[in-house]
Structure formats: C-alpha cells, structure tokens
Design a protein around this ligand. Structure first.
Ligand code: FUB
Ligand code: ZN
Length: 634
C-alpha cells in the first residue's frame, strides 16, 4: 500500500471561490439548509426529538415490508446538523446556530441516563431497542448524529453535541463487541463505521476507531447475527423479505466480498468505512477487498453518469451490465456515497481511477439530485425520461437532500488530500487551501473555469521555502494535457497512476499551470449493456450530457446522431446559470408522418434536425418533457 496518507482537509481549511461551485454553495446555505429544516419541522421530525412534547403522534409503519422511514428520522436531524455545520464555516449565522443549538438541547435532554439516544425507541417502540439491527437503523441514525456532531463542533467550537455523542458511543461500545455478554451485532445499514472514524479524527480516542473496526470485522460472520436476533424475536430468519443478506452486504465477511451487491447506499457507506479502516490500520486485506469491489463496480455496474443501483426493488444492484435508463433508480445518495468511497480510496492509493470516478459521480449522478436553486430534489436519477420525472419538494424518505447538501457544502474536503510532505489535488475548483506541508504553513490558491474550461492555475505560497511533493490528477478523459511550473514545461510522459508529482523546493510566487483541453467525446457502452446498444452518450470534460425535449424541435427518442456529425460546444451564460451546450446536425425519424399503420416494410423517412444537449446535472429545470442521455448513433 502507498505509504502516504492523504487525509481530507477540514472544511475550514478550504475556501471555495469558484464560478461554478460558489453559487451551489450559496444555494445550499440559502435554500437547502433552511428548506430542509422547515420541511423536517413540518413533517414532525424535529418535534419527534423534543422531550417537552410528551405525547408523540403514533407513527404508522408505512413503508414497504412494514418498515418506515420514520424509524430513522434521527438520521435526518444528524444530516441537517452536519449540513448546517459546513455552511456555518464560511459564514457564521446566529439565527441558524440558535436553531441548531435548540435541536442539540433537545437531543441532550432526550438522551437516556445510560447514554442511549434514539427517538423511535424512546417514544414509539420503547423496550425494543437493539432487537432488530438488521432493519431498524439504530446504529445508522447514531452514525449520522455523530457526523453532525463532528461537523458542528469543527464549525463552531461548540462541543455539546460532540459530548452527547461520545456518551452514546461509550454506551454502544458496552453493548456491542466480542467481550463476554456483549452482542456481536452490527447495523443492517452501514454508516456508523465511517462516522466513528470521523469521530476518532476529532477526539483522537483510539476506542472510537476500534469500535469502527469491530463493526467492519464482524459483518457477515457466522453464526449470523441477523439470524440469531430474528430467532430471539421469534421470527423465522428464512422469511427475510430480501431473501439474502446481500441486501446489506452482510452475506459473507467483508474481506471475502468480490461483488458489489444489495442496497447501493449501504454498499457505498460500507466500502467507505472499509477504506477508512484500511488506511488507519494499514490493513492490506481490506484494501484488497476494496479493490476487487471497485473493479466490479467500474467494470459492470456503474452508469455513465456515476449513478448506481438500477433497481427500485432493493434500491440497489441487480446483475452484471443491468443498467436500464428509463427505470434507473440511481439514488442521489448512492452517487454521493461513491464520492465518499472514491475519496477514501485516494487517501491510501493515489490513483486517478478513483479521482476520475469521484469527479464523474460528483458532477453528474450526485449534482443532478438537487435543483440549481437548492430547493428541489430528485431521489431517482434516471438516464431517460418521458417527461413525468419531476423534482420534488418533499419525500416520505428525505435522505437525499441533506446528503447532496452536505457534499456540496463540504466540497473542499474532496478537492485535496494532505499528507505530511505532499499535497494531492483531486478536483479542479477555484479555491484557497491552507495546510501544513513538511512542517511549513502553505497556502495554495487555485483558479479555474472548470468544468467549462480545463485551464487551471495554482499558486503555491509556503511561508518559507520548503520541499514537498505536489500531485496533480491528470483526468483520464484528457488526451493532451500540458503542465508548466513557473513557465517551464514539465514532461508528462511518465505519470504514475494518473497523478503527476512535482517534487521541488517551493517558494512564494511559484505558479503551476495545468492545461486540460476539453473536447466533446462520444461514449460507447459495453455491448452487454443491452439498453445502450447502438447508442452514444456525449461527454465533455467531466460532464455527461443529455438532450431534453424543450431544447429540441424533434422528439429526442427519434433522433440519431451520425458518427461524423461535428459537436459544437457553446457557452450560454443565460441558460441554466451558465452552461456549455452542445449542438450537432442530427437526423430525426419523421414521427409525425402518419401512414396509419403501426408496422411497415420500410424505415420511416428521415430529416435533418439540430440536436441540442445540456449537461445532465442541469436537466429538469424547465418545461417537463422527455430527456435522454444515450442517443441513437449511426
Ligand atoms: O434506509 C436509509 C436510507 O433511506 C437509505 O440510505 C436510502 O436508500 C433510503 O432507503
Ligand atoms: Zn437518498
């Protein structure tokens, strides 16, 4: 394993100053956070953690299989706090802080004398705590509250929620483990694993890390914990509604897993936790498992948008190459989860396959999940629509809005990796980073018009001249990159795993200029992805494109893009907050030409038609209509 450990900087260490991302961060602060707070309040989520409201409404189990999203309402509170924490870093806001402080106060008063903290099992199903880890999300909710506590502490210095969660974690550590009398359990929905690692980074307490490792190590072992706890509830484990524990990646121990299976968000969170533990303990067996799983996902189960999990039935994976477009589930949270996982892989292995995937998932599958103004959301992110897939204000399971919100608000964490004597630049985004390299305080100022233009300028400003390595990702999509340091060309011939390393003594005023020319690419799918046979997708730099009905005079399903059609990019500052659109001369079947017969012996006549495509992340903002990523190609 690469001995370097590229840790994510804290949100406070990176200020984003970027034409593309700053407006998204503003939208998160001005819309996603307050809107999500209000909608949680209206739904009763905030009252549900309020100990002063003694009589809670009885919440029906309204989900599939007798499950309900209300069981994990606390996780929404955790994600709200986390998102709020990140936006507070850039701009302290007494009003927002007062609201979050009030929630923290409620959580503190709801906490049981032994440290336990969960509103469902305090008010709805008292006495049933820790009886169904497979389905009940108790540790999942704890994980999100932990992440919220860490973010809020880092942003404000207020440690009340952090202390509450440390107490809860101490309680959890008495209940679960391999010691006498302890339950050898773990959560059906992973999350607490990666949250405990984040907690460890703040507290420095080894016991937090060790609990995370325990949950990773225990998963999928025999005798199977989920079987035993089902029997203890007098339930036949064989009647599990998903049939197999693959649903929660608990079918076999994690080090034996080779295939990306089950619920997509759970899978991404688990693999993120595995990568974390691999990094913390230098655990090669976990890294190897991550690599096998990574290859499986990349080779057989990922949408071109970085979306993942095609099926609504299990909110997850099905079989190899099963990537339908119109029915794609591709939950926003799953693409966000892939960003988390890729970023953690980069921590231990500086390889652009992780950076490239992180970028694709971020700019497409994840970013598409929130409207440009930050107030409307998608849960599913199909790659084709007939026009009925609309952005919504609220969902009975509101997991996605705060997930994409927390990602955007903490973007700086994903842009860089900081090691003791090296810095990695994973994402190109206008930003100002402060970090310590080789013991010296360093400021890195990055400027770019990415994703519209691949020219990147990086100014390096160490307090005193200092030697360290600067690693820059050369994206796999870029065919002719070039690099200059202080005007001098650097040879990119021997770039290791897609990251160029510039090792030198850096001094104030040093300037790195990276040019990543963006051309429009036609993407062809593996022949076994049956729904994409004979089709092409368009990509420019990190952005995947789609054709929407409102931009095209002819129905998008009837259009064919000839192989020799030239694709013209054009920046339109007035459209969708400013986007590069693509135009091409295409052909369209004459759909209106009605001979009256459904089938015929000759193909329909074709006519020339202009095709216009926009970045996928920006679809669904204008008149509802059809949309397609994969276009018929000649
Ligand atoms: O189960 C908790 C969250 O709700 C999952 O991560 C999402 O897929 C949704 O089911
Ligand atoms: Zn979600």
């Amino acid at each position: 394993m690469n001995q370097m450990n590229f840790r994510a900087p804290s949100v406070a260490d990176v200020r984003i100053v970027d034409d593309f991302w700053s407006p998204r961060q503003v939208a998160t602060r001005m819309a996603t956070v307050p809107v999500f707070y209000e909608r949680c309040r209206e739904a009763g989520i905030l009252d549900h953690i309020d100990p002063d409201i003694a009589v809670k409404p009885r919440l029906a189990l309204n989900g599939v299989h007798g499950q309900t999203a209300q069981r994990f309402w606390d996780s929404d509170v955790g994600k709200l706090v986390e998102m709020a924490g990140y936006v507070l870093v850039g701009a302290r806001d007494p009003e927002l802080e007062a609201k979050i402080d009030a929630l923290v106060d409620k959580l503190g008063r709801m906490q049981q004398p032994d440290g336990y903290l969960n509103s469902w099992f305090t008010y709805q199903e008292k006495g049933k705590r820790w009886t169904n880890l497979r389905d009940d999300h108790e540790l999942y909710s704890a994980g999100h509250l932990i992440e919220g506590a860490v973010a809020y502490f880092e942003a404000t210095g207020k440690r009340k929620l952090l202390d509450i969660m440390c107490r809860y974690v101490d309680h959890i550590a008495t209940v679960f483990g391999t010691g006498p009398g302890q339950k050898r359990g773990y959560c059906g929905h992973e999350e607490i694993e990666l949250a405990l690692v984040r907690l460890y980074h703040v507290t420095g307490k080894r016991k937090h890390l060790e609990l995370a490792r325990y949950f990773i190590d225990e998963r999928g072992r025999q005798p199977h914990y989920f079987d035993e706890e089902a029997r203890a509830r007098d339930v036949d484990p064989a009647k599990y509604y998903f049939g197999s524990y693959e649903y929660g990646q608990a079918h076999i121990p994690v080090r034996e897993q080779n295939k990306v299976v089950g619920h997509a968000v759970r899978a991404m969170y688990l693999y993120s936790g595995m990568a974390d533990i691999a990094a913390e303990y230098g655990d090669l067996s976990l890294k190897a498992a991550c690599d096998r799983l990574w290859d499986d996902l990349m080779r057989k189960r990922l949408y071109v948008t970085g979306g993942l999990g095609p099926s609504a039935r299990n909110e997850g994976f099905t079989s190899d190459y099963d990537l339908p477009n119109e029915t794609a589930y591709a939950e926003t949270c799953a693409a966000v989860g892939l960003v988390f996982w890729a970023n953690r892989m980069l921590r231990i292995d500086l390889d652009r396959r992780y950076g490239d995937a992180m970028e694709v998932a971020l700019f497409n599958g994840a970013l598409g999940g929130v409207s440009l103004d930050g107030s409307l959301f998608y849960y599913e992110n199909p790659l084709a629509s007939r026009g009925a897939h609309l952005r919504w204000k609220w969902h009975r399971c509101p997991c996605c809005p705060p997930n994409i919100g927390r990602l955007i608000a903490s973007l700086g964490r994903y842009a860089y990796g900081v090691a003791a004597d090296a810095l990695a630049v994973h994402l190109y985004v206008g930003s100002d980073l402060r970090c310590t390299l080789s013991g010296t305080n360093v400021r890195i100022a990055q400027q770019t018009r990415y994703p519209w233009d691949g020219a990147v300028s990086i100014e390096v400003e160490p307090e005193t001249p200092t030697s360290f390595g600067l690693h820059l990702r050369i994206p796999g999509w870029c065919k002719a990159p070039s690099l200059r340091v202080n005007g001098q060309q650097i040879d990119l011939g021997s770039v290791e795993k897609g990251y160029v390393r510039i090792e030198r003594e850096w001094k104030k005023g040093d300037r790195v200029e990276l040019d990543l020319p963006m051309i429009v690419e036609r993407i062809h799918a593996h022949p076994d992805i049956r729904e994409d046979a004979g089709r092409v997708a368009l990509k420019r730099g990190p952005l995947v494109y789609c054709a929407e009905a409102c931009d095209n005079a002819q129905p998008v399903y009837a259009m064919t893009l000839p192989a020799d059609a030239s694709l013209a990019p054009n920046f339109d500052a007035q459209l969708l907050g400013g986007v590069v659109t693509l135009r091409a001369e295409a052909m369209a079947d004459a759909v209106g030409e009605a001979s009256g017969s459904l089938y015929r012996f000759a193909p329909p006549p074709r006519q020339k038609a202009e095709l216009r495509a926009i970045p996928y992340y920006a679809w669904g903002h204008r008149a509802p209509g059809a949309m397609q990523v994969w276009l018929r190609g000649d």
